[in-house]
Design a protein around this ligand. Structure first.
Ligand SMILES: [Zn+2]
Length: 91
């Protein structure tokens, strides 16, 4: 029998998926928010679909601030927004 995989929730759309299907954003020890492609960086994390609209919603509504318990700097927000631009727009 297949082992149950840990599920995470996208903070943009509340969709639940396995860790592998979502992209992690981590709050670094330096207090920055960045994409964690490995999903293994130490620090508080938040998960988002590989879907541009989820990232834009999270940034527009400051959902990352809440999820990561921090205030994103303009620089971090701009970097995450640029990352979102590289993602496909899905339904
Ligand atoms: Zn999503």
């Amino acid at each position: 029998m297949a082992r149950k995989k840990p599920q995470r929730t996208c903070i943009g759309c509340r969709h639940t998926a396995t860790k592998r299907e979502l992209i992690r954003v981590v709050r670094t020890p330096e207090g920055r928010a960045e994409v964690d492609p490995t999903g293994k960086q130490a620090g508080r994390g938040a998960y988002l679909c590989a879907n541009r609209s989820c990232w834009q919603r999270a940034l527009d509504r400051k959902l990352l601030n809440r999820a990561l318990k921090m205030t994103l700097s303009d620089e971090d927000a701009a970097r995450l927004r640029a990352y979102a631009e590289s993602l496909p727009e899905l339904d």
